[in-house]
Design a protein around this ligand. Structure first.
Ligand SMILES: [Zn+2]
Length: 121
């Protein structure tokens, strides 16, 4: 068995790679959620920052995996893509198998920061 943190990290990375391969793209919404859609089909999913625990970002998603993998910080590929977006915006960093906030850790603050990137984009 892998260490749970490592397993989580690997899951997150694998999910991210799949998402990129499947041509998803992530769009930050004004409320700080991230809308992820697949170019190949009409569906879209909403990713939210669910909580921040010890600096680690936990994501939720409106897709099926997001509904049942709630014990994982990154429950699905959509969440992984949203996390990468936060990383690109300089808000989060990949560290020790999870995405962490760069500075202080507040869910509301993180959402607001993310929302602010909409105007900057
Ligand atoms: Zn999802």
């Amino acid at each position: 068995m892998l260490d749970p943190t490592l397993r989580r990290g690997l899951y997150g990375l694998a999910a991210e790679i799949r998402a990129v391969e499947e041509g998803h793209n992530a769009r930050v919404m004004p409320d700080g959620t991230v809308l992820v859609k697949a170019e190949s089909n009409p569906g879209s999913y909403r990713v939210v920052i669910r909580r921040v625990a010890d600096g680690v970002l936990w994501f939720g998603c409106s897709c099926r995996s997001g509904g049942y993998r709630t014990s994982l910080p990154v429950p699905c590929k959509h969440a992984a893509l949203a996390a990468r977006r936060l990383e690109r915006e300089g808000l989060a960093r990949w560290d020790d198998g999870s995405w962490r906030l760069r500075e202080w850790a507040q869910v509301r603050g993180a959402r607001l920061l993310l929302a602010r990137t909409v105007e900057a984009a």
